[in-house]
Design a protein around this ligand. Structure first.
Ligand code: AHR
Length: 682
């Protein structure tokens, strides 16, 4: 991986022990194993936020493929060349189907001898819909100005970040699969030309498609690019006049992750693979919860024929196709070799909830979701999974009932009492029907006055790095008789830039506490996972991408280090600060140690949050062996350092071989660093 020379660190390793009281003392009781570390401890949380779904992880390249995104053809512009003249309008008169009511009507009114007319889609570069057009959710009206302003603000925020050079990423010799539905008026006689072009019109790939008939028909084309351009555009055009209707105009790279049709972007999936996530929580977050219930994620509307999926307005200010639907999420988990954790809406959104007497359909949704994922071909929903091409079960074992409901947050989500009234019947029916499903509550309603039967409770934290550091020992004293803990969302949000080293240091300090207490904290996931910076409604995020590039933040590498170095059992560790340390100062170091069962390897994680190198003496009580040591270190010159498209690995881990050591040995923890010491028994 990052096997670069780590001279700085190697220079810092000394082989003579220094006076114990002058250095940081780290004593690990190798012969006294403590709690087992949960195999599920380090997972990921995918939420459709910051355009992380369509045009992000979901490899669809065209924005607004079904023309349902707004009350004008957002993402599409007209092309009038050489005397060609076209008008385009949204049309609801003869829809493709009931759930997809809008199509695009193109009237080519004039075409010169060398003219062409058509439409252009630039992908997800974020075509402005005009700063005066507010983004209103369906069902909203202007009498609720609070909602109106919020979404308008988000849109303007996104507008401000849009770049001009981030169109379709087209790569030479790669093939792109186009599909579209069309209806053709008899007055149009020519072929339709579909092409991938540079912004100046240079053709990268092109094909004519003969279309005919006034009824909707599906067409397809394979476009292989003759040259590369990461700022390309898709053009559908004609050189003869007439009227055409279009719908579901979709373009995918042929090479998706695992070569799946309707698949996921390979480079982004590789970033997730490298995290070795034990589970994937999906699809949100507030995305699943919805601002109102009418925008909640209802999984039954996200399976089957893509053209029949209605899509949804989502709380993050844009419309989602749900082409990345329940089946695709389950398949993604399988591809990542991770357990699926489905967050099902419990009948509560941020601003409204279903009456308790009308909860049955929501309960049925949860039961059917389990049946769809796990049921046999003979069960009604299992049969649909089989029909979708997955005969074996997905083995769904984890289900969260709601998201951030019952916490009484100022932005909504309901009170503890309101949540309990919905959680109780829902969890009871799920457990009655499927006792092997682990349910997760979004609020600690196991406590009086409610006393609900909670197996696992999800906690969310978005504070400062200092808060995380100061709470690194928080779980040491948690009640062991209560439910297990899932830290389902956490990230340093304050003073974190766009994801800096300081943020990662704070999270790492906190993670030492989660790992040490993994008998209680059985799962965790950083949030959010992905962001297209042109649509970044939430900051920071673990991974940043545009149409052709991707990089991980320092927090990404921190997650990778913890997940790839998860021990099976905790070893007791005592951290002794040097005599010279001012007891009134903030704690400089955080540490946790553990051992792998299969190899006997000892893993010690040490976080130095300070700007000073910290000399350490490491003692392994109960081990007289010589061990082969290596260190992996995540550090940089300053705590505000970040990665970027231009410098994606400025803050990335580096490995160093430390040779043979035996207890005690010295090691210097460099400033602002996360160090994984790996001590191999053989
Ligand atoms: O992670 C971003 C958001 O933070 C999630 O959607 C929500 O659950 C939380 O408030």
């Amino acid at each position: 991986m990052w096997k670069a020379s780590l001279l700085l660190v190697i220079v810092a390793v000394g082989w003579q022990t220094r006076a114990w009281a002058e250095t940081v003392g780290i004593t690990v009781d190798v012969d006294k194993p403590g709690v087992q570390v949960s195999p599920l401890l380090y997972g990921i949380f995918f939420e459709d936020i910051n355009r992380s779904g369509d045009g992000g992880l979901y490899a669809e390249m065209l924005q607004n493929r079904s023309f349902e995104d707004f009350n004008l053809p957002m993402g599409w512009t007209s092309l009038n060349e050489g005397g060609g003249q076209i008008t385009m309008n949204l049309d609801k008169t003869q829809p493709l189907n009931e759930t997809n009511p809008t199509s695009l009507r193109l009237d080519i009114t004039r075409i010169g001898p060398h003219g062409r007319a058509g439409v252009i889609n630039q992908g997800y570069k974020g075509i402005s819909i005009g700063s005066k057009d507010p983004v209103l959710l369906p069902g909203d009206d202007t009498s609720s100005p609070g909602d109106y302003k919020w979404f308008d603000w988000m849109k303007q925020f996104a507008d401000a970040q849009r770049r001009a050079d981030n169109g379709l990423n087209i790569e030479q010799d790669k093939t792109y699969r186009l599909s579209f539905y069309a209806r053709i008026d008899p007055n149009f006689t020519g072929p339709i030309t579909v092409s991938l072009e540079s912004q100046d019109g240079a053709v990268l790939a092109s094909q004519n498609v003969s279309c005919s008939g006034t009824a909707w028909r599906k067409y397809g084309a394979k476009l292989t690019a003759a040259a590369s351009d990461h700022n390309a555009r898709f053009v559908l055009s004609a050189t003869s006049a007439g009227t055409i209707w279009l719908d579901m105009v979709s373009l995918f790279p042929a090479e998706t992750f695992s070569q799946r049709p309707n698949g996921l972007r390979a480079d982004l999936m590789q970033m997730l693979v490298a995290l070795h996530p034990a589970f994937v929580r999906f699809p949100g977050g507030s995305f699943g919860e919805g601002y109102r219930l009418s925008e909640a994620f209802r999984w039954k509307e996200t399976i089957g024929d893509l053209a029949q999926r209605p899509g949804q307005w989502n709380i993050w200010g844009y419309r989602t196709t749900n082409g990345l639907g329940y089946f695709e999420y389950l398949q993604m988990c399988e591809d990542l070799k991770a357990e699926p954790l489905f967050v099902i809406n419990c009948g509560m959104a941020e601003k409204d909830s279903v009456d308790t007497g009308k909860l049955d359909p929501w309960i049925q949704d949860a039961l059917d979701a389990i049946d769809y994922a796990n049921g046999p071909a003979s069960s009604p929903w299992g049969a649909l999974r089989v029909a979708a091409g997955h005969p074996s079960p997905f083995n769904l074992k984890l289900m969260e009932l709601g998201n951030e409901n019952g916490m009484g947050y100022f932005w909504g989500g309901g009170s503890a009492q309101q949540y309990a009234e919905r959680y109780n019947p829902l969890s009871q029916k799920v457990k009655e029907a499927y006792s092997d499903i682990r349910t997760i509550s979004t609020a600690p309603i196991q406590k009086a006055p409610i006393n609900a039967p909670v197996e696992t409770v999800d906690e969310h934290y978005y504070p400062s790095a200092e808060w995380f550091e100061d709470h690194a020992a928080m779980y040491d004293t948690y009640d062991r008789k209560g439910p297990k803990i899932y830290v389902g969302e956490y990230a340093t949000k304050q003073s974190a830039g766009n994801g800096n080293l300081s943020a990662a240091l704070g999270e790492a300090a906190f993670m030492t506490g989660m790992e040490r207490n993994s008998d209680l904290v059985i799962m965790s996931s950083y949030a959010p996972l992905l962001a297209n910076p042109e649509w970044r409604e939430w900051n920071p995020n673990l991974i940043v991408f545009d149409s052709f590039r991707v990089f991980g933040t320092p927090s990404y590498y921190n997650q990778m280090l913890f997940a790839n170095n998860r021990p099976d059992v905790i070893l007791r560790l005592a951290l002794q600060l040097p005599r010279t340390f001012d007891p009134k100062a903030r704690k400089p170091l955080y540490a946790v140690a553990g051992r792998k069962n299969d190899t006997g390897d000892i893993i010690i994680k040490v976080i130095n949050i300070t700007g000073q190198a910290q000399d350490g003496t490491i003692r392994l009580n109960g081990s007289a062996l010589r061990l082969t040591a290596s260190a992996t270190v995540l550090t940089s010159a300053g705590p505000s350092d970040e990665n970027s498209f231009e410098n994606p690995t400025r803050v990335a881990p580096k490995d160093a071989d430390l040779g043979q050591v035996s207890s005690p040995f010295n090691y210097t923890f460099v400033p602002y660093s996360i160090t994984i010491l790996h001590l191999k028994a053989k």
